[in-house]
Structure formats: C-alpha cells, structure tokens
Design a protein around this ligand. Structure first.
Ligand code: GLN
Length: 451
C-alpha cells in the first residue's frame, strides 16, 4: 500500500522498476502460517526487502537499468537472493539504478530518475538510488544494493539511511551483474545499524559459486551492533577527506560525530592517506576498463534486446545496432574510455599506472590502520544536489565519489550512517566508517554508538 501511495505518478519517488506483489504476499502468508504452527523461523522471516535491479532474481525481470536487458528474465537466483528466500524474506520488487550501476544520481537509468523522498526535486544518490529511496520513503524496511565506488554508501548518505559495503569477498557476487568485478560488492541498506547487521549475516559468508568469495567466517556482526561500544578504540580522521570541496554543513555534522565518539570514550587521532588524492583518477581508469570487458557480452544474441538493421544482418551490424540502441550515453562513454585505456600502446600508461596507484592506496590504508582501529570521514562532500544539476557534467558527477572510492580500491569494508541534517539546506549528511578487511564487525560496533 505504501508503495502504491508514494512511488508512482509524475512526482512520485519512483524507487521501484518492478513490484512483486503476489509473490511477496504469498511468502508473507507462508511465514504467518509457519509462525502460527510455532515453527522455527529466522529473525528476519516475514520482513520484506527491496532488491537493486542489478541482482538477478528468478520470476522477476532484471534490467540493470538498461534498455538492453528490457524484458529479460534470469534463469537463476543470485546467491544473496537464495539466502533471502531461505530466511523467509518476501522480495518486494526490484529498485531503480543508474544504467549498469554507472552514476551517482540514478539519473542515468533508462527508466527515468528516482527522486529523493526528503525533497522530490533532488537526487537520491546513485547508482543505488532506488534502494536507498525505498528505505527512506518507508516503502521497504530493508534493501540490497551494490557498491563499486560508493553506490550503497553515497545514496545512504543523501537519503539519511544506513548503507554497508562489506569486505571484498565477504558477500557472494554470484548473480550480481558485473560492473567492475574487482571492485563490486553487494551489501545492505536499512534504517538502523542493527538492521544492516542482521541482513549482512543473512547474505554473507562463503559461496563456492564466487571464486573471490572468502572462506573466513563473517564475524559476530549482530553482536557488535548490539554491543555498540567505542571505549578505548582509536578512531582515525582521514586528513585528505575533509576541508576543501566539502559543504560547510557536512563538516559541522562530521565534527559533532567526532565529539560524540570522544564523549563515548574513543580516542580521536588524525591519519594521512596522501595517495587518496589519486583514487578518483585511478578508479575512472580501472572501472571503465573492467566494465568495457564485462559489457562485451551484450551482443544482441545472448541476452535481451536484439536490433536487426536493414540490409545484411551480419553479426557486426546486429551487434552494432543493438548496442547503439540499447546502451545509454554514460555506458557508451565508459566503454569507450575503458577500451581506450586497455588498447595496445596505452595499456601501460593508463591501466598499468592506475593499478600501481591502487597498490599505493592499499598501503595508505595499511599504514592508517596501524594508527587507528576504524577510520572516519564524511561519506559524500555535499548533501543531495538538484535533479539535472550535474547531468551534463560527468566530472562534477564523478567528484561526488571522492570519499567512497578508496574502500573499493583496497577491498576494505565501509559503512555510511545518518549524521543529522545540514544547517544550510536541512538535508541528510552521511558519516562514513572504514575498517580493515575482514573486520566488518568494527563498523557495526562503532556505528551503533554514533546512530
Ligand atoms: N558513482 C560511481 C560510478 O559512477 C560508483 C558506482 C557504483 O558503486 N556502482 O562509477
């Protein structure tokens, strides 16, 4: 009912691309029945969840926000979807995103933008704006997102929700349509830190279907969220992720968070990560390179759309016509960037250099985590901007990811949580916590204190 109330129409939130009403209600009814029979149920049984439309689901369409996959149905469920079903969680439907998760505003969706529930003229962040908006607008208590450069955390920040990018390999990517495979992670979106921990424990853990899946146990995430204690912990403020380029109201709320942590018994230290200055540049070489390769499979034969041009229907001409019609401008821009960066003669100069920068960023993290248990920064430099404001300026759009990208480059986990509203515009500010790889539990422990 809530989705019907707020999601549709010209000035609706438009978080959903597909609503899975009948199946969700049937699952909920099944859980009710099991509960009446006093069967053993998972704590999240019956709690509905929205899923970013980059994650494949049987029985529902999966579009990746692209015309090229319009009408396509996956023959299998992603591992995370299988785990949601096993826990008895009704899947409410699929949420809007920038096409193939490329963007920071959800305006690059081929199916129209999602609006920020706090101000319908503003963006809900991206690429997972649909999942964040669905949770912020009380259309769903929980959602799944994917985060390659910040697509869970930045939408979380600008919609006042909690979003978590787990350690790389901590949650199976099997069934997440690949954007940049070495950076992609699936993770929770919720209204509270504890809710994200509960969901993280459902979806996380080893999966033999993902060759990059960690075999280590996840850690006691829910327990950490319940504990919420920072006494004696060292929290490192990242010098490079504040100051110039950050909105005043964002920095004010950030300073308050530090005070709060200090008051709760944490020691606040400053750490320096000098190579973070190059993270954005390196990301926008590595990500398009991997994406150009991952997107080569949309050839007009295997999946979704097929456009047959007039004249001889050769493979090249069908492929060209299908990709010309099926991909939007941002996706084409990145395919061109990626194929260029990978081409002979340029590979070492661009892709090779970017990979070296990636190593330097990892070393910055290693050094910082010798001085601090958890790192902290604003999640995004500004609050939600206006729809259309950065649409024709790709660089301005990319700059929104300065604070979130380093975590993906190093594979470390990150959590964004609401830090209050900015004085100048009354919009949500996000606070980001970062922990060493495999130490996701620390994010929940500190996050629960800040919330
Ligand atoms: N906004 C970033 C980009 O456009 C991040 C995307 C993501 O995390 N999927 O690449």
């Amino acid at each position: 009912d809530r989705i019907a109330q707020v999601d549709g129409g010209d000035d609706g939130v438009h978080a959903f691309l597909h609503v899975n009403t009948d199946e969700a209600l049937a699952v909920a009814a099944g859980v009710d029945k099991a509960r009446a029979n006093s069967e053993d149920l998972h704590p999240l049984a019956g709690v509905p969840i929205a899923v970013k439309d980059l994650i494949v689901t049987k029985g529902q369409p999966t579009t990746a926000g692209s015309k090229i996959l319009e009408g396509w149905h996956s023959p299998y469920d992603a591992t995370v979807i299988r785990r949601l079903r096993a826990a008895g969680m009704p899947i409410l439907g699929k949420t809007n995103l920038d096409e193939f998760a490329m963007g920071s505003s959800t305006e690059h969706s081929a199916y129209g933008p999602t609006r920020n529930p706090w101000d319908l003229d503003r963006i809900p962040g991206g690429s997972g704006g649909g999942s964040a908006a669905a949770v912020a607008a009380f259309e769903a208590p929980l959602a799944l997102g994917t985060d390659t450069g910040g697509s869970i955390r930045q939408p979380g920040a600008v919609t006042g929700t909690v979003g978590v990018k787990p350690t790389y390999g901590g949650v199976s990517r099997y069934g997440a349509i690949a954007m940049a495979s070495s950076l992609d992670q699936i993770g929770p979106v919720s209204r509270t830190v504890l809710d994200s921990a509960l969901l993280h424990e459902v979806i996380g853990g080893h999966d033999p279907n993902d060759s990059t899946s960690l075999t280590d146990p996840l850690g006691a995430l829910v327990e950490a969220a319940r504990l919420g204690n920072v006494e004696g912990m060292r929290i490192g403020v990242i010098k490079e992720l504040q100051g110039e380029g950050y909105q005043a109201g964002v920095l004010t709320r950030f300073q308050e968070s530090l005070e709060l942590l200090r008051g709760a018994g944490a020691e606040i230290v400053e750490v320096s990560c000098p190579n973070f200055d190059y993270a954005l540049g390196a990301y926008y070489l590595i990500m398009p390179s991997e994406a150009s390769s991952n997107l080569a499979k949309y050839d007009g034969v295997r999946f979704g759309l097929r456009v047959v041009p007039d004249g001889a229907p050769t493979i090249e001409r069908v492929m060209g016509a299908t990709r010309a019609a099926g991909f939007g401008d941002e996706v084409k821009r990145r395919i061109i960037l990626g194929t260029y960066a990978l081409s002979a003669g340029y590979y070492d100069a661009y892709y090779g250099s970017a990979q070296k920068v990636r190593t330097l960023i990892q070393r910055d993290f290693e050094a910082a985590f010798k001085q601090a248990d958890v790192l902290i920064s604003p999640t995004a430099p500004t609050t939600a901007f206006k729809l259309g404001e950065k649409l024709n300026d790709p660089l301005a759009m990319y700059l929104n990811d300065v604070a979130t990208i380093p975590a993906n480059m190093a594979g470390v986990p990150g959590l964004s949580l609401p830090g209050g509203l900015a004085d100048e515009d009354g919009l949500p500010v996000g606070i980001q916590l970062l922990a060493p790889a495999r130490e996701d539990a620390r994010l929940y422990r500190v996050g629960a204190v800040l919330e």
